[in-house]
Design a protein around this ligand. Structure first.
Ligand code: DC
Length: 250
């Protein structure tokens, strides 16, 4: 997935004919974890289409709650106030194969979740144990029936420690920053941004996600680590397909 890698749309998206099941004949849970900018959404979206599964982006739930806290003027470090806010918050997520639609208190807010303040806010609210516990419960309810690719930071370690497939997607932070820079339009991005700023933001999020006390970002012991630093997108997607098939037949 170098910055000159083929776009995701150039990759085949043929759903397999028979529904994918685990050895017990149940629809599987595929956990994809990894740091910001590692390509989790691309890989998860591809696997969902290819294997006929739903794709649920758990980061969108933290983003939705951050959006609400910011709009309500609640400090992102004020745990009691955040917990109080959470008791009056409903987050619904409609997983699909072509991205997720997210609803906050009944209103669709999908288009607002990628703003910089929300991205940073999501990482900040996600350090608080009671907020995580709430999110984890919601995610477990959403995924319990299986037939799902769930991506995040703690899916294979906390949300579904018994997931049928666990992939930890990683890449060097500079490469992740440069890929993200390309994704948002490179030198013609609006508003203009320097690649160094994106790399710095990614490293700051990494630091917070990996070092928080509660469920820090780390690979589950039984996850397959897929480091895409020196791989093209097509190679990563094909390797991810192999990991799914080999994990389900192991
Ligand atoms: O995947 P994302 O960039 O949309 O996630 C936004 C933030 O949410 C990320 O900085 C960390 C947090 N997050 C988390 O702590 N646990 C998850 N399962 C998903 C996201």
């Amino acid at each position: 997935m170098s910055s000159t890698a083929p776009s995701a749309t150039a990759v085949r998206h043929t759903a397999v004919a028979a529904p994918l099941v685990n050895r017990a004949g149940r629809r599987p849970i595929v956990a994809i974890d990894g740091p910001a900018g590692a390509g989790k959404s691309t890989v998860a979206g591809h696997l969902a289409k290819h294997f006929g599964l739903l794709n649920l982006e758990t980061g969108a739930m933290y983003r939705a709650f951050a959006l609400k806290a910011i709009a309500a003027g609640v400090a992102l470090e004020d745990v009691p106030a955040l917990v109080a806010l959470s008791t009056t918050t409903t987050i619904d997520i409609e997983p699909g194969q072509a991205g997720n639609r997210v609803f906050l208190d009944g209103t669709e807010i999908t288009g607002k979740l990628r703003e910089a303040g929300v991205t940073d806010g999501a990482s900040r609210v996600s350090v608080h144990p009671p907020i995580r516990a709430w999110m984890v419960r919601l995610q477990q309810q959403l995924g319990e029936k299986g037939g799902i690719v769930m991506e995040g930071r703690d899916i294979g370690t906390v949300v579904f420690p018994n997931a049928d497939v666990k992939i930890f997607l990683d890449a060097d932070s500079e490469i992740r920053g440069l890929r993200r820079f390309d994704q948002i339009g490179g030198p013609s991005a609006k508003p203009p941004v320097q690649p160094e700023e994106i790399i710095r933001d990614i490293r700051a999020r990494d630091e917070r996600d990996r070092n928080r006390a509660e469920s820090p970002l780390k690979a589950a012991d039984d996850a397959v680590v897929l480091d895409s630093t020196h791989m093209t997108l097509a190679q990563v997607l094909s390797r991810a397909e192999e990991i799914v098939l080999s994990s389900l037949s192991a």
